[in-house]
Design a protein around this ligand. Structure first.
Ligand code: ADP
Ligand code: MG
Length: 397
């Protein structure tokens, strides 16, 4: 990595009297080199993200095209350019692409075309690791299919399963869900997995990280023979290749830019917490700055997320938190308030934040060093989306 370095001297100083001392005792310390988190943004990211190709040049249903344009999408992103035509042709696909590259529309647009051709018999199943991501995918589907009379539902844990029953009474062209709930509905003979034509495994790497490997295998077995399988991942670990090869049939392989690397249009810097300084005070001072319009603040633990949100509110900075101990309704409400700007800082743990697509996140702040480079890449991918310049700040002790 060719870094522009700012605060780069490696630190061995024990932390000062700051807020996370107790947390750190219990948790492993990150061994990542803080120098990895300093990098200048390359505003050319805009050019890398969009291609010259216009959606009008694709053989798409006119009303779908109108919906795409209504969303403000004019030209295709790189991954969309490489995948939409082969997917319209029914090919399997494996795509390695960083977050924020437009994967959702890349798979939904061909799915919608297939569904429009045979709405009574076509079903696509989109499997995601997290509830938030599932909801966002359905939201994108709804906006792309406004007025087209195609139907979707999202089945995720943490919600009352009875309300899922009702949704399954009508023909659904697109079902989105997390593995556990989908299997549950299948066990109850409510969801007919063997009718799936197109299977999408989104954020596959995270699905495996989160321990869903057996659930995914079960789902795939229940689906059985299908027309098309799409697998998306931000990273590709060599030990996943064997499993992937059993899922895909003669796939096109799409790899966009420096997958596994970080977004080029994100300005990355570190802030050193001097010994004895209060880390929270530094954070509060930083976040008070008006240019910090929408901030996602990452912590390693749920308890610290709660505590930081509370303390930020106490010093007059509107903040909320999302993590695994919060109900789905609570998390949805927080994300909604964050989108609308009612809260300026969303404190999050990794799992809860995965896949959040809130436009215009100006800053991602890592209150502690993330444990893995992969976590870091996914975190900072919440900002600098759709070719905009984003900012990532990582506290180092
Ligand atoms: P990924 O799944 O690769 O992380 P998303 O599908 O969530 O990325 O898209 C990231 C952002 O880019 C979203 O806000 C989406 O609305 C926007 N986007 C997607 N495709 C286009 C496009 N062709 N033109 C402009 N914006 C787009
Ligand atoms: Mg995505």
């Amino acid at each position: 990595m060719n870094n522009t370095r700012k605060n780069t001297a490696p630190s061995t100083t024990p932390r000062g009297g700051n807020i996370d001392r107790r947390q750190v005792k219990k948790k492993k310390e990150s061994t990542l080199d803080p120098r990895l988190f300093v990098k200048k943004a390359m505003p050319s990211g805009q050019a890398g993200f969009r291609t010259e190709k216009s959606f009008e040049d694709l053989p798409l249903n006119a009303r779908l095209l109108a919906n795409i344009q209504k969303k403000g999408y004019e030209t295709l992103t790189t991954i969309q350019e490489q995948s939409i035509l082969p997917l319209l042709d029914g090919r399997d696909m494996m795509a390695i692409s960083k977050t924020g590259s437009g994967k959702t529309a890349a798979f939904l647009i061909p799915i919608i075309e297939h569904a429009l051709k045979d709405p009574r018999n076509y079903t696509a199943l989109v499997v995601t690791p997290t509830r938030e991501l599932a909801l966002q995918i359905e939201e994108e589907f709804k906006s792309l299919t406004a007025g087209l009379q195609l139907y979707s539902a999202t089945f995720i844990g943490g919600t009352n399963i009875n309300s899922d029953y009702k949704q399954l009474e009508r023909k659904l062209q697109v079902v989105v869900g997390t593995p556990g709930r989908l299997l549950d509905l299948s066990d109850r003979k409510l969801l007919k997995l063997n009718q799936v034509n197109t299977l999408v495994l989104d954020e596959f790497d995270r699905m495996l990280d989160m321990g869903f490997v057996n659930d995914v295998k079960k789902l795939v077995n229940l689906i059985g023979k299908r027309d098309q399988t799409l697998l998306f991942s931000a990273t590709l670990e060599p030990n996943q290749k064997q499993l992937i090869s059993t899922l895909l049939h003669n796939p096109i392989e799409v790899k966009v830019e420096n997958a596994g690397g970080t977004n080029e249009n994100i300005e990355q810097q570190t802030i050193r917490v001097p010994e004895g300084a209060d880390k929270f005070d530094i954070l509060a001072g930083l976040v008070k700055s008006p240019e910090m319009e929408k901030v996602i603040l990452f912590t390693e633990t749920k308890r610290l997320a709660d505590r930081l949100a509370k303390k930020l509110n106490q010093v007059g900075i509107a903040a909320g938190q999302i993590h695994g101990d919060k109900s789905q309704n609570f998390r949805n409400r927080m994300i909604e308030e964050f989108k609308k700007g009612d809260i300026r800082v969303l404190v999050a743990t990794d799992v809860a934040a995965r896949g959040i697509d809130v436009a215009d996140v100006s800053h991602v702040i890592n209150y502690q060093l993330p444990m893995t480079m992969d976590a870091y890449i996914h975190r900072i991918g919440r900002t600098g989306r759709a070719g905009k310049v984003g900012h990532a700040i990582t506290f180092v002790n």
